[in-house]
Design a protein around this ligand. Structure first.
Ligand code: EPU
Length: 419
């Protein structure tokens, strides 16, 4: 198992580029199952979750090549199944459910079960498929979905779900008739998928609003797609500059997808200048504490909550951070406390009293975004931080230490036989 050794503090200075968005790439790769032919996808990041999705698509019967671009060739599909071994390493494997049901009218997907950040059921995905005429059976840890005919439906999600919205859009594009989905997720990754499905021949309107309307079509065909930039990586880089008192010029920056986060970071005293897809960020004065509550897009993303907490742990004053999306997403707190942060948690609310400095310590990554918060805390902390279990980080941040070392960080990746 590998670990990162980070020596700090190192103010980050220089130019850095944002990679493609993992959470846009995964559903777009899964959507290839909807149409025969070769699907060319560019701009995908080199990440473990992308390799896992490739493995899953190959298991189902697609041929996949991954060099600079990903080519997914779909002819005859072998199986309709996402097995436990893959789903347990990546919950987003559930994204093949919608396209398989859409294309084959049946699918068998291992139930994802709990994960480090919460229970994360898929009841909303299943309820929507039922409304479209599918029969659902739970069997030995697998959910089996079968539909003689999949028809359009008027469905309202009880809860806003990103992969739920994506799955049902993908099921509905080939269904008979009109599907109206209410209370859908408005995340930019949902919009990227809708744009791609439209390019493939689907009839979809409303992505990016609360209501998506889909008129089923008989057939889709492959269309090349370039993945949008990763807004979570982009904002993580802003916070890395902010916590270290550095200056970064960040390219391929999706600022229009980050209005709320940029406003919030500006109110901490960070200076952020936007020029098209280039963003310059610097922090000269002290960091100010501000409160933050996570919310579905366009609110402050839960995927940035841990990094924002690291930032607030070094701000002057007290900040209250409320997590509303996942019930167990404060696992970075004990690790930040090991580094000298002053944080108290009560349910979904954290109270962070800013400290003047953090100190390097051995810490453990517990999930993807928690790992990112430990990395940015370590860049600002005095001394050496060793982060164990960085396989979480490798699921979502492309070449993180190479990128950060080029702008002044001191990060070494080594083997850790004990960890
Ligand atoms: N939920 C239900 N029932 C459902 C679906 C969701 O109760 O059927 C609940 C979840 O338990 C959670 C909330 O609804 O409390 C929102 O979950 P959502 O379904 O939106 O999450 P997701 O689609 O599984 C995606 C991202 C996550 C990101 C969340 C929220 C992908 C592949 N994953 O997950 O990304 O945190 O939306 O924005 O798009 C990450 O990248 O680190 C990550 C975890």
């Amino acid at each position: 198992m590998e670990k990162l050794i980070i020596k700090g503090p190192t103010p980050l200075r220089g130019d850095i580029r944002v990679s493609g968005a993992k959470n846009a790439a995964l559903p777009i790769m899964a959507s290839a199952l909807l149409a025969s032919g070769t699907h060319k996808i560019t701009g995908t990041p080199h990440l473990r979750d992308i390799s896992t999705m490739i493995e899953l698509l190959k298991h189902i019967g697609a041929a996949v090549e991954w060099n600079d671009e990903i080519n997914i060739t779909v002819d005859k599909l072998n199986v309709d199944e996402a097995p436990y071994d893959l789903v347990k390493t990546m919950r987003a494997s559930v994204l093949v459910l919608g396209p398989l049901v859409g294309h084959l009218k049946h699918a068998k997907v291992s139930l994802p079960g709990g994960c480090a950040i919460g229970a994360r059921p898929i009841d909303q995905h299943l309820k929507a498929l039922e409304a479209m005429g599918a029969k659902i059976q739970l069997n030995e840890g697998y959910v089996e979905v079968r539909a003689k005919e999949l028809h359009g439906a008027n469905f309202t999600f009880d809860i806003v779900t990103v992969t739920g919205t994506e799955n049902i859009m993908m099921a509905a594009v080939l269904a008979d008739g009109k599907t109206i989905l209410n209370n859908v997720a408005k995340e930019p990754e949902v919009v990227d998928l809708a744009n791609h499905l439209r390019d493939m021949g689907a009839d979809i309107t409303g992505a990016g609003t609360d209501k998506i309307t889909i008129n089923g079509v008989a057939k889709l065909k492959p269309h090349p797609h370039h993945i949008i930039p990763d807004r979570i990586e982009a904002a993580t880089l802003l916070m890395a500059a902010g916590i270290t008192g550095g200056q970064l010029t960040i390219s391929n920056f999706p600022s229009s997808m980050l209005d709320t986060a940029i406003d919030k970071l500006r109110s901490t005293g960070m200076e952020i200048t936007i020029d098209g897809d280039i963003v310059h960020v610097e922090r000269n004065g002290t960091l100010k504490s501000v409160d933050m509550t996570t919310a579905p897009h366009p609110g402050f993303a839960t995927d940035l909550q841990a990094q924002f907490m690291a930032l607030m742990s070094m701000a002057s004053g007290t900040s209250i951070i409320t997590e509303t999306i996942f019930e167990n997403r404060f696992m970075h707190v004990p690790e930040l406390i090991r580094m000298g942060a002053n944080i108290n948690v009560d349910g979904g609310i954290s109270v962070i009293k800013g400290v003047k400095s953090l100190k390097g310590a051995p810490v453990m990554a517990t999930d993807l975004r928690a790992s990112a918060s430990l990395v940015i805390a370590a860049l600002a902390a005095e001394g050496t931080t060793e982060i164990q279990r960085i396989y979480h980080l490798d699921r979502g941040y492309e070449k993180i230490e190479d990128k950060l070392n080029l702008v002044g960080a001191d990060i070494v990746r080594t083997e850790n036989k004990v960890g």
